[in-house]
Design a protein around this ligand. Structure first.
Ligand SMILES: [Zn+2]
Length: 328
């Protein structure tokens, strides 16, 4: 482990001056994945069903992969960064501009179901964080449900899911899938599609694998999904006090503008349920995450929902310690 620590220290400084590459490690055990994350390796994707993980390594230090698995391959450059010809957008995904255009068009096309985007606060660099509210004109108490994505800037797959879901709701409302009408007639759906607008904007022209926000005061950004308040900094499992770590949790709970914005919005609308989309890992993770064998009073509800939600895709469902390891 000492050798791994030295490697990590070198990586932390090298990543500032050298392009990163995506490296696929085969034949790794779940335990060694946990060790890699604990050592501070930038683990971008875990696919235990097929027995591999993808990590980011500086271009000049690709031979370090041999320390982690005897069986690895350096993936094509375009897997880890956008190519010059599509650097002004997000490739198959929705760029910041394409997001805004989509949500505005949706509100135009379905003005009886969807509002136009509303700004709910600003990011560290002053970009708007916005939400979209969707419901039908049927009156009455309609409990709020909250969907969000792109709190990790390199995970636009989650954002595409939100957009697909919004399209499905609107296009099926009249005469399509009756569940869409049920949802919009009985609930108020809120979307925050880009939780980390600075990191996502950075990923457009500069190569797409930045994860954290753009607050470089102490390191290279704060992991916004480790900056929430409940059990913040409980221990160093799954969140790090090191400002250069991919899971750096910030100087205090809610130290970052982006988490403050979402916190205040959640306190305002008081959703009865929420879903925060990431990619990639093939898990459906429900609370609590901070320690082993800790469960919310809603445990049986989460178990029931996740059984339905993973029936088709085969994802593993559970608390974070059950899926991988404790994350506070
Ligand atoms: Zn994520």
């Amino acid at each position: 482990m000492k050798y791994l620590f030295m490697t990590l220290a070198i990586l932390a400084f090298a990543s500032v001056v050298s392009a990163d590459r995506l490296v696929r490690l085969y034949d790794v055990s779940p335990g060694s994945v946990t060790e890699m994350i604990e050592e501070g390796y930038d683990v971008a994707n875990v696919d235990m069903r097929n027995g591999y993980v993808d990590i980011m390594l500086p271009e000049r230090q690709l031979d370090q992969a041999a320390l982690l698995s005897y069986n690895y391959e350096v993936l094509p450059r375009e897997w880890g960064e956008l190519l010059p010809e599509n650097s002004d957008n997000a490739g198959y995904y929705y760029s910041p501009e394409e997001n805004m255009a989509f949500w505005c068009t949706l509100a135009d096309d379905y003005s009886d179901l969807s509002d136009t985007p509303v700004t709910i606060g600003q990011s560290y660099e002053g970009r708007d964080v916005y939400m979209i509210r969707m419901t039908s004109e049927i009156p009455g108490y309609k409990p709020p449900i909250y969907f969000s994505s792109l709190i990790h800037a390199r995970e636009p797959g989650g954002n595409s899911v939100l957009i697909d879901f919004a399209m499905w709701l609107t296009s099926n409302y009249d005469g399509g899938d009756t569940r869409a009408a049920w949802i919009l007639d009985n609930t108020t759906v809120y979307f925050v599609p880009i939780g980390n607008p600075d990191g996502y904007a950075y990923n457009m022209p500069n190569g797409g694998m930045h994860r954290k926000n753009m607050n470089y005061t102490l390191g290279d950004g704060v992991d916004l999904n480790r900056n929430w308040g409940y059990m913040w900094g409980y221990d160093d499992s799954g969140s790090s006090p090191n400002p250069y770590d991919p899971t750096y949790r910030g100087t205090s709970a809610f130290s970052e503008p982006e988490t403050q914005v979402q916190r205040d919005f959640i306190l305002d609308i008081e959703p009865i349920a929420a879903m925060n989309y990431h990619s990639s890992g093939q898990w459906l993770i429900y609370p609590y995450g901070y320690a082993d064998n800790t469960y919310t009073p809603d445990q049986s509800t989460f178990v029931g929902w996740s059984a339905v939600m993973t029936a088709e895709n085969g994802y593993f469902a559970g608390t974070c310690p059950e899926c991988l390891y404790p994350v506070n």
